[in-house]
Design a protein. Structure first.
Length: 137
């Protein structure tokens, strides 16, 4: 990208690209189809996106495993893709765990498996909910 984008700008652009993919393909394909189409759209939008980025997980100073982020955008946002009938809490927790493992602040959970694209922004550190300060978003 020519200019430095803020996390919110990046996530909005990613969501827009995902909406284009969903509009053109609809729902019902395997996750891998949406993955490749989204990578293509992100590139067209000028975003640097890495597919299946390996990320090590440490425990007590020792590497205990690794996972592969579906897509890492601009070295700032982890994008976790699903093509399921309904997102579950497990999908959200998985995305937040990926953020904790990387130290990145923002992730997107995208579900192409429904009539309308589902997306959720997830944060490593919960953001306050102005409508209910006791319960973060």
């Amino acid at each position: 990208m020519d200019r430095i984008m803020e996390d919110k700008d990046i996530t909005q652009t990613i969501i827009g690209c995902a909406m284009k993919v969903h509009r053109k393909l609809g729902f019902g394909f395997l996750e891998s189809v949406y993955h490749k189409a989204l990578l293509h759209e992100l590139g067209k939008a000028g975003l640097r996106a890495e597919s299946e980025k390996p990320i090590p997980v440490f425990y007590d100073g020792m590497m205990v495993g690794d996972f592969f982020a579906d897509i890492l955008v601009e070295q700032k946002v982890i994008v976790e893709l699903k093509a399921v009938e309904q997102l579950s809490k497990v999908h959200e927790v998985q995305t937040v765990n990926y953020l904790a493992a990387t130290g990145l602040d923002v992730g997107l959970l995208l579900n192409f498996g429904t009539k309308r694209l589902e997306f959720k922004r997830k944060f490593r550190i919960p953001k306050p909910n102005p409508e209910n300060p006791v319960n973060p978003v």
